[in-house]
Ligand binder design. Structure first.
Ligand SMILES: NC(=O)c1ccc[n+]([C@@H]2O[C@H](COP(=O)([O-])OP(=O)(O)OC[C@H]3O[C@@H](n4cnc5c(N)ncnc54)[C@H](OP(=O)(O)O)[C@@H]3O)[C@@H](O)[C@H]2O)c1
Length: 494
């Protein structure tokens, strides 16, 4: 670390695990930590191959561990012996061939697993990057609401969390730099609604990494939230104008009255190449001024923060296009692997009635299954909660589920998908699973099917079984509400 001089290591180094270390932020954080003998870096990666054989140029002393944050089991194993855990992942990268879920629910699973695994490993501090929320008020924005849910979930397991709230992060290969460059390159005329005039302070990825480094292991930062921003205050309009100057493009900017939120999101996605959630966050978080409140971490970072022009110039290639994400080279390989694996992830949020838990939902699920399938399907459940979903007329098992007591807790029930004609035969010992997980102070349960490998031909499965599953989960939600009311009525009539 160039700016902050620290004493040479006298005590054993702290082990810092970085989830998302291969991405934009992770790459910067990793570099800072690897240069400091006070820390021993553990890189968490989804790829078992990369974990087994770290890439050429890997810093000596940096350990790579396999960790799929969708799996609590592998996350617990990956965080063993870790002192500090830095969370720089998100769920917007593809993780299966078919994903039926809202990204907000997927993010909650990753964060929930990370927080639980950190607690189990006795981690001292979690560092989490969230987003700037103007005046701590989400103004009904689903995206900002989701970020608050994520923060609450990260803090729910008792491990002290240091939250760094940042607006737009600019850096080589980052999504913000990419959509700014794309917009300026592709559109000669920019129609700018009112939200483009709210002041904000984009931050360089390297400065966010310095903030992470700054708060690491400091007890006074435990349980604290710090807002971050770059040195330049500007509106989104000015950001585009200054980006056009950096890229040497003459562009016309025309003001539009009104917010045009939907159209803005659509244009950010279509012309900027931003993901839908990213476009939503940009528009919603610029509803009003998004200026960070003064705080010691911001002061420390601002002392040598990178200015907007330098940030953008560092993010652009010589041909004027945005630099690729550090994970770019992996994307094609990953896409091919996901296609070959042909797995399904399907996650939905159900309302959990008061004083009920995931165990209750699992019981109701088993009561509901045969009713849902009547008169064609029946469901056998033995005392160990091995479930067979069968066709009534011909004795064929469609799906077999086995309750996994060793992986389950009262707030998280796991059933492995062990067989049935609707599942591809298992050749590698890897089982799909059904998860029922309480979230957000037991207000909801997430039902999740993970790593499910359908046997039906892929496109036929998409049109039939996959759609039927969504419909079934919708009906299950209604069933749970009815079952709760019936139970309450029975109790009160006693
Ligand atoms: N970019 C912004 O403007 C911005 C603004 C505010 C907050 N943030 C937050 O900053 C953090 C870092 O963002 P970024 O732009 O650096 O992301 P990025 O470049 O897209 O990298 C994402 C990382 O997440 C990891 N990951 C994804 N799914 C995973 C899973 N299931 N298990 C384990 N690892 C998984 C990937 O690891 P593998 O290589 O192993 O797949 C990758 O290293 C995120 O939490 C993001 O929400 C970003």
């Amino acid at each position: 670390m160039a700016e902050e001089h620290r004493e040479p290591a006298k005590t054993p180094p702290l082990t810092v695990a970085v989830a998302g270390a291969t991405g934009l932020m992770g790459t910067h954080v990793r570099r800072l930590l690897e240069a400091d003998p006070r820390y021993r870096v553990v890189v968490l990666t989804r790829s078992p191959a990369r974990a087994a054989k770290p890439p050429v140029g890997n810093a000596p002393g940096t350990a790579w561990r396999h960790c799929d944050l969708f799996s609590l089991h592998t996350t617990e194993a990956a965080l063993k012996g870790v002192d500090i855990a830095v969370y720089l992942a998100h769920s917007m990268l593809p993780s299966s061939r078919l994903t039926q879920a809202r990204f907000v629910d997927l993010d909650l699973i990753l964060v929930d697993n990370f927080a639980h695994a950190a607690e189990a490993a006795g981690v001292r501090q979690i560092v989490h990057i969230s987003t700037l929320i103007p005046a701590n008020d989400t103004h009904g924005s689903a995206y900002l609401e989701h970020k608050l849910e994520e923060e609450r979930t990260m803090a729910s397991c008792g491990v002290p969390v240091t939250t760094l709230r940042v607006g737009l992060i600019l850096g080589p290969g980052g999504s913000t730099a990419r959509f700014l460059v794309n917009l300026v390159r592709r559109l000669p005329v920019h129609f700018l609604p009112a939200w483009c005039d709210a002041p904000t302070r984009p931050t360089a990825a390297v400065d966010v990494a310095r903030a992470v480094y700054h708060v690491l292991g400091k007890a006074e930062c435990y349980g604290q939230t710090y807002e971050l921003g770059g040195p330049d205050t500007m509106t989104f309009r000015e950001m585009l104008q200054r980006a056009a100057a950096v890229l040497g493009k003459r562009r016309l900017f025309v003001s539009l009255p009104g917010r045009w939120s939907r159209l803005s999101r659509f244009c950010l996605t279509l012309f900027g190449g931003a993901s839908k959630p990213m476009a939503g966050l940009v528009v919603d978080s610029h509803d009003q001024a998004v200026i960070p409140q003064a705080n010691p971490v911001l002061d420390a970072v601002l002392a040598s923060a990178v200015g907007f022009e330098a940030m953008l110039a560092a993010s652009v290639q010589h041909d004027g296009r945005a630099k690729p994400n550090p994970r770019q080279s992996l994307r094609r390989v990953e896409a091919a692997m996901l296609k070959a694996g042909s797995e399904v992830r399907s996650v939905q949020r159900l309302r959990l009635p008061p004083q009920r838990d995931a165990v209750w939902v699992a019981e109701q699920y088993m009561r509901w299954l045969p009713r849902f399938g009547f008169p064609f399907i029946k469901c056998d459940v033995d005392p160990a909660r091995h479930v067979k979903i069968r066709l009534r007329v011909v004795n064929v098992t469609l799906l077999a589920l086995s309750f996994s007591p060793e992986h389950s807790t009262p707030n998280r029930q796991i059933f492995h998908i062990t067989g049935g004609v609707l599942v591809r035969p298992n050749t590698d010992g890897w089982l799909g699973r059904l998860e029922l997980r309480e979230i957000l102070d037991r207000r909801f349960v997430l039902t999740g099917i993970h790593n499910f490998r359908p046997r039906l031909p892929w496109y036929f499965y998409n049109l039939t079984q996959a759609q039927a599953h969504l419909w079934a989960i919708h009906l299950l939600d209604l069933f749970l509400q009815r079952a709760y009311l019936q139970e309450e009525r029975r109790m009160s009539s006693r």
